[in-house]
Design a protein around this ligand. Structure first.
Ligand code: M6R
Length: 363
């Protein structure tokens, strides 16, 4: 069942290039340049979307907020389901609400969906289990096609959620007149290149295992990122604490000097997720503030980023250059492998971490 892997989590991390390629094949026309989404997915009259989820799925929404706003110019709100459901926020009747869930059975997300149903134009779910309650109760459900995910720590479901959300953001951009056929084709080609780039990231597994030997000694670890890499920092920290039980926090790089920098000393590893994009120099300057206080920096970037900013860091990981918009999907892989190998170094139960359930069906 584990297909030769030691753990389901390792197998599910390794499956990502294949399942993402499958999801792309399903939602992209055979010409490779057009979208193949159900006809009900039409954003022409939608003026806002609200995305609601829990845990890792909420971080997928957080990344997608950047895509909806930057690519489609569509205002997007995000919330975690346990807050949303009791806050009972006002929702516009011309808006859509999106619910993202691997299991489709998460109690808070289901309750949030039931609340939104009477308040928005359409409820849309992005789920892995097509027969689930959330899939059945939403007006429209889009499967992420990740296949069964057994590991409690979500990996391939996360990147497949991101993939489907990216395609939805592109559809919104087309429907709102923000993207012409050529622009769409360019984005779709960038997405179709991702599985190959992810294979490259997977080949860094041994280098990541070596870094993880030292991370396993830490008491606290910080993850930093800017833009859509900020939610990836949150996801990296969640994954690490779930399976290695090391205290980890993700922060937006720009928040560093508003508090967390007080934690930095030579014992605190700081993992900086920073592709060489438009925000790179800003993030690097935050990284240098960490190094000036003897923080141990692991810089995850591409070759150009590592060449420009790698000196003086504790360690670097070089990923292939990714299309800037969709880099978060690629950077999920090293974040997952760091958590996995750190947990292995600590000898914890990777697939069944203590206190956690795969599906949280009670609040
Ligand atoms: O099944 P769901 O996607 O609704 O589950 C949401 C969270 O419980 C889930 O993502 C959780 O945070 C994972 N253990 C993260 O690895």
């Amino acid at each position: 069942e584990k297909a030769g892997f030691k753990h389901f989590m390792a197998k599910e991390i390794a499956e990502q290039p294949v399942v993402i390629a499958d999801a792309l094949k399903h939602y992209i026309g055979t010409d490779g340049t057009s979208l193949n989404l159900p006809p009900e997915v039409d954003f022409a009259t939608v003026d806002r979307i609200t995305m609601v989820a829990c845990g890792t799925a909420s971080y997928a929404c957080h990344v997608a907020k950047y895509w909806f706003e930057q690519i489609a110019g569509l205002p997007a709100e995000i919330d975690i389901a346990s807050e949303f459901r009791y806050r009972e926020p006002p929702l516009s009747p011309t808006s859509w609400a999106l619910f993202v869930s691997q299991s489709g059975e998460t109690a808070d997300t289901l309750a949030a969906l039931r609340y939104a149903k009477d308040h928005v134009a359409k409820t849309v779910s992005v789920v892995n289990v097509p027969t689930s309650s959330i899939a059945r109760e939403s007006d429209l459900s889009l499967p992420i096609l990740a296949g069964v995910e057994v590991g409690v720590a979500s990996t391939k479901a996360f990147t497949c959620q991101l993939t489907v959300l990216a395609l939805l953001a592109l559809k919104a951009a087309v429907d709102r007149g923000r993207l012409d056929a050529a622009g769409l084709a360019t984005h779709l080609s960038a997405l179709r290149n991702l599985p190959g780039l992810m294979n490259h990231a997977l080949s860094l597994s041994q280098a990541i295992a070596d870094i993880a030997e030292e991370l396993a000694e830490a008491q606290d670890i910080l993850f930093l990122g800017r833009g859509a890499m900020y939610p990836m920092a949150l996801e990296g920290a969640l994954k690490l604490k779930e399976i290695s039980y090391i205290h980890a926090e993700g922060y937006a790089s720009g928040e560093l000097k508003h508090g967390p920098i007080a934690l930095i000393d030579a014992r605190v590893p700081v993992i900086v997720m920073a592709p060489r994009d438009a925000l790179f120099e800003k993030t690097v300057s935050n990284m240098q503030e960490v190094m000036a206080r003897h923080g141990k920096v692991l810089l995850i970037s591409d070759a150009q980023g590592v060449a420009e900013a790698g000196s003086g860091t504790w360690a670097t990981l070089t990923l292939p250059e990714a299309p800037p918009a969709f880099a978060p999907i690629l950077y999920a892989v090293p974040a997952q492998l760091l958590a996995y190998h750190t947990a292995i170094a600590k000898g914890t139960d990777v697939d069944q971490p203590r206190n956690l359930a795969k599906s949280v069906t009670v609040e």
